[in-house]
Design a protein around this ligand. Structure first.
Ligand code: 3PG
Length: 398
């Protein structure tokens, strides 16, 4: 059997970098979206007779093993989804990895332990990263890059290993790139972008870039309080990035002069006790320009949710990254639910980007098929939209 760009893979050991970074509650996977998205490439290679060696990370361990970041539960889930046993190696490049790979028959799949348990993976030192990439590469005859969520990282299993083995882009990465290209190259108008999540500082590049491209920018989530403060409103105990106030003011001014409409919430859901152990939330709706001193903003309010839905209703292209509130708590989920609902009605292209918004869509019970595309990448899709080079993509093109 052949795999795009690699030619015959039957009988060969193929290292696949997947993004299996899923949310866990203890050892229970709370959203397996990224594992499911990774299955087709792995299954295709296995069906072609390859000996598939999957490498991936979980969380951000500091270059040494930590039980809570073990990929073992992920191996079990991957096996269930593949309908075949997945051999698990308890290290990434050591004895267990070597023996596990040596024991694979054609068409079988193994998962290596968290690649970030090795300091070489994320090292900024090229030589240290390269030495680790040499070890990883020695486990395989070819490399398939399929971890879209990490292609913005210049890390050994994403970047350096591709320089050491015959390589190809996996099916998931090519689908993701194709969709993002449609968002950047002549998107159908009106083009609306919804941004949420906690930090403005994570979204600066994308706001900067989209101010020249989108027609409407809707802002919610924790980051909105810095915008509200920039407009001169008090935000109580809500999240605030003081050092971003100036840049928010500048964006608001630039939007006005360039005819891009920035929509901010006019009301917010606040709580004065959250989060305090087991106490039940005491949500209250207040005007966005009258947030009490002791209140913490946790969601956009009902008027704003309706206004956001209305603003999205005529759009032909929508990109959404970041929840509108603390959607994990039912009392603060309505804003995120309203945005998700609005996206399901879009005639045109609707893209949900980001680990958190993608997880929100699924945990709130929406049918994935109702969206144009649910991306597996958070930071990666934002960096693509910022117009940045993605090291994990450029290395494949060289
Ligand atoms: C993600 O969760 O966005 C990806 O898995 C990348 O993880 P990272 O931000 O820890 O590199």
């Amino acid at each position: 059997g052949e795999y795009a760009g690699l030619g015959e893979v039957g009988g060969r050991r193929v290292l696949v970098r997947s993004d299996l970074n899923v949310p866990l509650d203890g050892s229970t996977i709370t959203d397996d979206g990224r594992i499911r998205a990774s299955v087709p490439t792995i299954a295709e290679l296995a069906a072609a007779g390859a000996r598939v060696v999957v490498t991936a990370h979980l969380g951000r361990p500091k270059g040494a093993p930590e039980e809570r970041y073990s990929l073992r539960p992920v191996a079990a889930r991957l096996g269930e989804l593949l309908g075949a046993e997945v051999a698990f190696a308890s290290d990434t490049v050591g004895d267990s990895a070597q023996q596990t790979v040596a024991g694979l028959a054609d068409g079988q799949v193994a998962l290596l332990e968290n690649v970030r348990f090795n300091a070489g993976e994320t090292s900024k030192d090229d030589a240290e990263r390269g030495a680790f990439a040499d070890q990883l590469a020695s486990l395989a005859d070819a490399f398939v890059s399929d971890g879209f969520g990490v292609v913005h990282r210049k890390q050994a299993s994403v970047y350096d290993v591709a320089q050491r083995l015959p390589h190809a882009m996996g099916g998931l990465v090519s689908t993701e790139i194709e969709v993002l290209r449609r968002l950047t190259e002549s998107p159908e108008r009106p083009y609306a972008v919804v941004l949420g999540g906690s930090k403005v500082s994570d979204k600066l590049g994308v706001i900067d870039n989209l101010l020249g491209k989108a027609d409407t920018l809707l802002i919610g989530g924790g980051m909105v309080f810095t915008f509200l403060k920039a407009q001169g409103h008090e935000v109580g105990k809500s999240l605030l990035e003081d050092d971003q106030l100036e840049v928010c003011r500048e964006y608001l001014a630039r939007a006005e002069s360039s005819g891009v409409s920035i929509v901010l919430p006019t009301d917010v859901v606040v709580d004065t006790t959250f989060p305090s152990g087991d106490a039940t939330p005491q949500p209250r709706v207040v005007a966005a320009d009258a947030i009490p001193d002791d209140a913490l903003g946790l969601d956009i309010g009902p008027d704003s949710a309706a206004a956001f839905a209305e603003a999205l209703s005529g759009a032909r292209t929508v990109f959404w990254n970041g929840p509108m509130g603390v959607f994990e708590v039912e009392e603060f989920a309505a804003g995120t639910r309203a945005v998700a609902q609005a996206l399901t009605g879009i005639e045109g292209l609707s893209v949900v980007g980001g680990g958190d918004s993608a997880a929100a869509v699924r945990t709130l019970g929406f049918d994935e098929a109702a969206f144009g595309h649910i991306s597996t990448g958070g930071g990666a899709s934002l960096e693509y939209l910022e117009g940045k080079e993605l090291p994990g993509i450029t290395v494949l093109e060289d």
